[in-house]
Design a protein around this ligand. Structure first.
Ligand code: ADP
Ligand code: TRP
Length: 331
């Protein structure tokens, strides 16, 4: 049976890009014929989020984004990484199998080194934590500990999946077959642009929030960057930020209608109102679920704890097997 697994790092507020690019396609992928594991990677977030209250808030936000978008925690193992101690235990064991050179080649680490070089730092490793360096190893353990077979991720994560397979293969070769060699499932989801025209990202302060109020939503749509063309002037929809954001969620018929409106010279304010209204229709049910459930911390905690226990029914025996193979444990 297929075992699908993916993780989400709670390092920012959930936004429209996350919904279109990750939440919706993952929910669409789930069906009765596979087991699915979906977790909140709070240990990974520690690399960037150092304010404890913020980390808790973001973990809650990310959990809520999934639950409010329709994730059924009775059908999917929906859990918090830090509730599964076998993952971090496996991380040490596999660090002794993983060559340092493999991690040296990780894109995120190399980018951090390059940034240091560019800014003329004497020590090119300055400010780079061991956590950032070993991130791909912990990610491998997220995947290998429940022994997943398929991992839906964005293209930027492909290298991490290759490393995971490499690490699993090394272990299997040295000690015996334990781990599946998991496959990356790379979707062809579009990149949603942010209100400034760059990729929508929590790092750029350009997001359309998924769980904000209707007022927040309207405010962010009204801030989408346009040009100084007046109502009545014909507008180009190609390479237009507002049109591009609209095309991330509108259907074919609505898009065609919008193209005509652009050609007929619709004013930016009116076009934004249409985008806001349709986006609000998409997001309103998610927001309503969020508003209903967000205060019930006990419910969310119960969901995560219960699922965590169930996941450990898989991860505990796996770790026992690993330990017995490597020679760790009681006489
Ligand atoms: P961010 O760029 O805001 O830091 P993450 O890297 O945490 O977002 O991404 C979480 C998930 O959401 C990933 O699967 C990623 O592919 C998806 N995602 C993030 N931003 C976008 C976007 N602008 N368009 C489409 N998908 C996105
Ligand atoms: N690194 C992933 C990201 O930044 C998040 C993640 C952590 C993950 N562990 C994972 C994704 C395991 C898939 C499988 O998007």
């Amino acid at each position: 049976m297929k075992r699908i697994l993916t993780g989400i790092t709670p390092s920012g507020y959930p936004h429209l890009g996350n919904y279109i690019g990750a939440i919706k396609p993952s929910l669409d992928l789930l069906d009765e014929k596979c087991e699915s594991f979906l977790f909140i990677a709070d240990h990974h977030a520690l690399i960037k989020v150092w304010d404890p209250a913020k980390l808790k808030e973001l973990t809650h936000q990310v959990a809520m984004a999934w639950l409010a978008s329709g994730l059924d925690p009775r059908k999917t193992f929906f859990y918090r990484q830090s509730d599964i101690p076998e993952i971090t235990e496996l991380a040490w064991i596999l660090s002794c199998v993983t060559e340092k050179g493999l991690l040296n080649r990780a894109h995120a680490y190399k980018a951090a080194i390059d940034a240091n070089k560019e800014s003329g730092k004497k020590d090119i490793e300055e400010g780079i934590s061991t956590g950032l360096f070993t991130y791909p190893l912990l990610m491998a353990c997220d995947i290998l500990c429940p022994n997943a077979t398929h991992v839906p991720v964005g293209k930027d994560q492909q290298q991490h999946l290759e490393m995971t397979r490499d690490i699993a293969h090394k272990f299997n070769n040295r000690y015996g077959e334990v781990f599946n060699l998991p496959e990356a499932v790379i979707g062809d989801e579009k990149t949603v642009l942010g209100i400034d025209g760059r990729k929508m990202s929590k790092s750029y302060n350009n997001i359309i929030p998924l769980l904000g109020s209707e007022k927040d939503l309207k405010k962010s749509v009204m801030k989408i960057v346009t040009n100084s063309q007046e109502p009545g002037e014909k507008k180009e929809w190609k390479d237009n930020i507002l049109f591009s954001i609209y095309s991330a969620f509108a259907n074919e018929a609505s898009l065609n209608e919008m193209k005509h409106k652009f050609e007929d010279g619709i004013g930016w304010g009116d076009a934004k109102t249409i985008v806001f209204q349709e986006l609000n229709e998409l997001i309103a049910p998610i927001r309503e679920n969020f508003e209903k459930q967000k205060g019930d911390l006990n419910y969310i905690e119960d969901v995560l704890q219960e699922n965590g226990k169930k996941v450990r029914e898989t991860t505990k025996p796996l770790l026992e097997k690993v330990k017995s193979l490597i020679g760790i444990g009681s006489f």
